[in-house]
Design a binder for this molecule. Structure first.
Ligand code: GTP
Ligand code: MG
Ligand code: ZN
Length: 355
């Protein structure tokens, strides 16, 4: 991405400006990637790394409350510091998310503030209109527009392709469909034409359908990792992180790891989401002021033993807690927070049961 960018070149718009409450010394920046407990941000001065303010982590318990790729945040950067400090997450215009496992009211964020979701399916092996429909529902629920890309047209004949297009239309799907081949480059100009400067595009779809290969073609060089394949052209899972990049034409694109089915919480979440899990689990510890270091009835340690969260993420959670304003809170404040959260959990579970 260019070193110096106007914010609107990064996807900023009046919509955000009207809602942002970001006072100096904080500035706004966009999340380009999330690596474990670090956020790679991009702002007017280019890329830089940031961490979440301890206070932020203490007040936000859910996966969906943590900044994800595409989000806008308020961040403070002091000269000489290695990391900026994220103080707030700006309201999301759209969100692409799916149900998180285990926690009834939480969602796993895929990306935020996406204008168009490019649902990628291969017409060879991967083609499945029912799955397409589920993706479309997810996109619509999140408020973005959907475009369907059918890849690997070089591997089927034109009748097969025509039948597939007809099948998609026959179940009432009206979203634009672009058939393409990354091998012959057929249809690539059609994709390029869809990509508008300052708009954000998120690529989703099963592993091996050619998302990263396509993005590399659009970038004009190997920016995304892909893996070589077997004779059938079906790939292995390769992309492991989401990343927002800016194409020369000005469009912002987000690659994604291949998704298995919805509702399954992937292992790709990293520590950022584990913090949220740990805090959520803590509400089930026997003692409300449990330190998760050996008290009886500790739900967090039980989860570590069960292998649901790693010792490593618990260690880094403890370290973070020590470093932060969390400890400045009075015992009473902490108890109240935990009670409120417990009540919230209960009512959310009840809402679901009543449905
Ligand atoms: N024949 C053919 N092969 C393709 C096409 N597009 C991609 N491939 C191959 O399919 C394999 C997988 O492509 P990727 O781009 O890594 O797939 P992906 O969707 O990014 O996969 P994940 O990162 O695992 O989600 C690679 O070996 C590509 O060379 C295509 O249009 N035709
Ligand atoms: Mg990939
Ligand atoms: Zn505990």
């Amino acid at each position: 991405m260019n070193q110096y960018c106007e914010l609107n070149e990064l996807g900023w718009s009046d919509w955000f400006a009207q809602r942002a409450d970001c006072k100096p010394p904080d500035t706004v920046a966009r999340v380009a990637a999330v690596d474990r407990d670090q956020w790679l941000l991009v702002g007017q001065d280019g890329h830089f790394r940031a961490k979440l303010a301890g206070r932020y982590l203490h007040h936000h318990h859910l996966n969906q409350e943590l900044p994800c790729v595409g989000d806008w945040v308020c961040v403070e950067r002091q000269p000489g510091d290695d990391f900026g400090v994220i103080h707030a997450l700006l309201e999301r215009r759209t969100s692409l998310r799916r149900k998180a496992a285990g926690n009834v009211m939480d969602y796993q964020m895929i990306a935020a503030n996406v204008d168009y979701v490019l649902i990628v399916q291969s017409c060879h092996f991967d083609f499945n209109p029912k799955r397409l429909e589920r993706y479309l529902v997810m996109v619509m629920e999140g408020g973005a527009e959907a475009i369907i890309l059918l890849t690997k047209t070089d591997l089927v004949n034109s009748e097969v392709l025509a039948t597939q297009l007809a099948e998609i239309r026959s179940i009432g799907i009206t979203a634009p469909i672009v058939p393409l081949s990354n091998m012959t480059r057929d249809g690539l100009e059609d994709v390029t034409r869809l990509l508008l400067p300052g708009k954000t595009y998120c690529f989703v779809g099963s592993s091996g359908v050619g998302k990263s290969t396509l993005i590399n073609q659009l970038v004009g060089r190997d920016r995304m990792e892909t893996r070589s394949v077997s004779g059938t052209g079906e790939g292995r899972h390769t992309t492991v992180r989401r990343e927002l990049i800016r194409l020369d034409g000005g469009a912002l694109v987000i690659d994604n790891p291949g998704m298995r089915e919805f509702g399954i919480l992937g292992a790709e979440n990293g520590i950022a989401n584990n913090y949220a899990n740990i805090i959520a689990l803590a509400s089930r510890c026997r003692y409300q002021d449990c330190s998760h270091t050996g008290e009886p009835g500790c739900a967090v340690l039980a989860a570590v033993l069960a292998g649901d969260i790693s010792q490593e993420s618990l260690d880094s959670f403890h370290k973070l807690k020590e470093e932060t304003a969390f400890n400045d809170m009075s015992y009473a404040e902490k108890r109240k927070k935990d009670r409120d959260f417990g009540r919230y959990l209960k009512s959310a579970k009840k809402d679901l049961r009543d449905k």
